[in-house]
Write a protein that binds this ligand. Structure first.
Ligand SMILES: [Zn+2]
Length: 77
């Protein structure tokens, strides 16, 4: 393993670290439900894109119900 031949100064370390900061994600508001979403992506809350219903979004209770029925079916086999 190679070792650094010279010690890095405080300033050179700081200069390198000046690019480490993370940028905040640019979010846009969904035109239908007004929630913050990623631009150019289907809204994960209402499933719409460009005013069209693209994916079916089920509520938490619906999801729970579906999972429970599937679990029951597996148990019976
Ligand atoms: Zn939406």
């Amino acid at each position: 393993m190679g070792l650094p031949s010279k010690r890095r100064t405080k300033q050179s370390k700081k200069e390198r670290a000046s690019h480490f900061a993370l940028k905040a994600i640019a979010l846009t508001a969904c035109p239908d439900c007004k929630k913050k979403i990623l631009p150019h992506k289907v809204c994960p809350y209402c499933g719409k894109y460009n005013g069209r219903q693209v994916i079916k979004v089920e509520s938490l209770t619906e999801r729970k119900k579906r999972r429970e029925t599937r679990y029951e079916q597996k148990k019976n086999i």
